[in-house]
Design a protein around this ligand. Structure first.
Ligand SMILES: N[C@@H](CCC(=O)N[C@@H](CS)C(=O)NCC(=O)O)C(=O)O
Length: 212
């Protein structure tokens, strides 16, 4: 199997999604850390013109974005494991649930990059509205999680929905952005998913720059 690099951060919500997929699909990879997200040179982001992470590098080609990378990893691994992708979510509830998770992930990046990295005031309407919408999405997910999981194909090893939801909820705790205790269904789901080896091998942590 060709060797691949995932360019991202061990502390990054979007990076953890393909890291979990790589472990689940037994695809060997090297994580190449990006240490400073305030850089504006695309070369720091492995050539990603949007200055975002993660990116996958394989056989002279780049793949941008968490979902694209997960699909590429499935092709690379040739695994027979049954993955449920968003296009298989056929009912409104399930489609809305994936949309709320994508929204929550983007809102988390907005809060972290704006207030923690950029040190902008959290009481600005941009962050206040972002936070209110984020809490609304989490509340909706908490109320609808059981129905969503019930509607999912029972014969599966993994779904992008479950991996993204897990990475989102654990990142709230890791970055201490919003309390998760009010969302009891989400907390229960996350606790169960955390038992997987792929989750334990990818626990959030800050990458330390190599000593020179
Ligand atoms: N559409 C991208 C979004 C990735 C994303 O927002 N990544 C965050 C890190 S978790 C990032 O690049 N943050 C730096 C920034 O927003 O400038 C994906 O699906 O991978």
């Amino acid at each position: 199997m060709e060797s691949v690099q995932i360019i991202g951060r061990s502390s990054s919500l979007f990076t953890r999604v393909p890291l979990i997929f790589a472990h689940e699909l037994a695809v060997p990879f090297e994580l190449v850390p990006i240490h400073d997200m305030t850089e504006v040179d695309p070369a720091i982001y492995a050539g990603n013109p949007a200055l975002k992470l993660p990116t996958l590098r394989r056989a002279g080609s780049l793949v941008f974005g968490a979902q694209n990378i997960c699909r590429a990893l499935q092709e690379l691994g040739g695994s027979r494991r049954r993955i449920v992708w968003p296009e298989e979510l056929r009912d409104d509830l399930s489609r809305n649930a994936q949309e709320m998770v994508w929204h929550g992930m983007a809102a988390q990046v907005q809060l972290v990059f704006g207030t923690l990295v950029g040190k902008l005031p959290a009481d600005n309407i941009y962050f206040q509205k972002g936070r209110a919408g984020f809490e609304g999405a989490l509340r909706w997910l908490d109320e609808n999680l059981a129905g969503m999981l019930h509607a999912m194909p029972a014969q599966r090893d993994l779904s992008l929905f479950e991996v993204t939801l897990f990475c989102l909820v654990e990142h709230l705790v890791f970055r201490d952005t919003l309390p998760v205790a009010p969302y009891r269904s989400l907390v229960r789901f996350t606790r169960e998913f955390a038992a997987r080896p792929s989750a334990q091998l990818t626990a959030y942590r800050y990458d330390t720059p190599a000593a020179t």
